[in-house]
Design a protein around this ligand. Structure first.
Ligand code: PAF
Length: 292
């Protein structure tokens, strides 16, 4: 028995890579394009929009649901990460029952050895998330590479909320000559501007409402950056969070989009982005906007 089925439908759900690979081989011919959406579950509208884009652009769509242990530098965060496979499955089925779900066990992915490969992402890994979450991007590189080897997609879809991850996945794909197009998709926001994230599930209703401060601050930083330097904008953002009663700033950085290097002096030829990470009651939230 290779497929588990929570909602007694014909939806293909695989928990083992061997069966998934055999199934994909049986449906694939040279004209079948496979779209892939890797996720860690706790699905929200942002994930569903990635799946919709994949459905629009490919004959078959595969979604993986796997909370990848090697990308968590904080064991508490891994323990508390929401795991909602049954409701995730229902959301996917409501979107399109033909989507193929791969929800592996840790053993199926890592066998006996739950550890990361070591990658060189040409320095992208040393900025922002990489500085504050040691080993995180080796974990991401490891799982995405393994999932690509298993699913062998033509196109893979990633949200721009994790913009640094998107750049790193592009670099990993290019350096390993993997024949996959990496497609970045826009951030989905709640009504108050909070970027959709599986971690939002852990916020209380008050924290969720107060979290509007993150996007508001990014939008104001965007305005300020028209006339001020990156250093001045960063000082202003630090001030906002120093005065905030519950949200604590981990970092705010204005960086160049391709290299992710901090903006020291503005150049008209470069595209910049603002990146932010904040904590509220040990829940870590990140966001980013383009400063074009
Ligand atoms: O963005 C995520 O949810 C994860 O980092 C990913 C890409 C699914 C790898 O575990």
């Amino acid at each position: 028995m290779f497929a588990v089925n929570f909602n007694k439908t014909a939806m293909p759900i695989f928990s083992g890579k061997a069966a998934l690979m055999t199934f994909l081989k049986s449906i694939k011919n040279k004209n079948t394009s496979i779209g892939f959406v890797p996720t860690m579950g706790a699905l929200h509208q942002g994930h569903l929009s990635l799946m919709q884009q994949s459905l629009n652009e490919n004959q078959k769509t595969v979604v993986s649901i796997f909370v990848n242990p090697t990308q968590f530098n904080n064991p508490e965060d891994l323990k508390k990460y929401p795991r909602t496979l049954e409701s995730d499955t229902k959301k996917i089925e409501a979107l399109n029952p033909d989507i193929i779900i791969y929800a592996p066990t840790v053993e199926d992915i890592y066998e006996e050895n739950v550890s990361s490969e070591s990658f060189d992402f040409d320095g992208l890994e040393n900025q922002m998330e990489g500085k504050f979450r040691p080993g995180h991007f080796d974990g991401v590189g490891t799982i995405v590479k393994r999932l690509f080897e298993i699913v062998q997609p033509n196109n893979a879809y990633f949200g721009e909320k994790d913009f640094q991850q998107l750049q790193i996945v592009k670099k990993m794909t290019q350096k390993n000559n993997l024949p996959v197009n990496i497609i970045g998709c826009p951030i989905h926001r709640e009504e108050n501007g909070l970027a959709m994230s599986s971690r939002n599930e852990r916020l209380s209703p008050e924290q969720r409402s107060e979290a509007s401060v993150i996007y508001k601050t990014l939008k104001n930083a965007e305005l300020l950056f028209q006339n001020k330097s990156a250093t001045e904008v960063t000082e202003w953002v630090n001030e906002v969070f120093n005065n905030h009663p519950t949200f604590e700033l981990e970092y705010f950085q204005i960086a160049e989009e391709d290299s992710l290097l901090p903006c020291i002096e503005k150049s008209k030829d470069k595209n910049y982005r603002a990146f932010i990470a904040v904590f509220v009651n040990n829940i870590r939230l990140i966001d980013t906007i383009s400063l074009k």
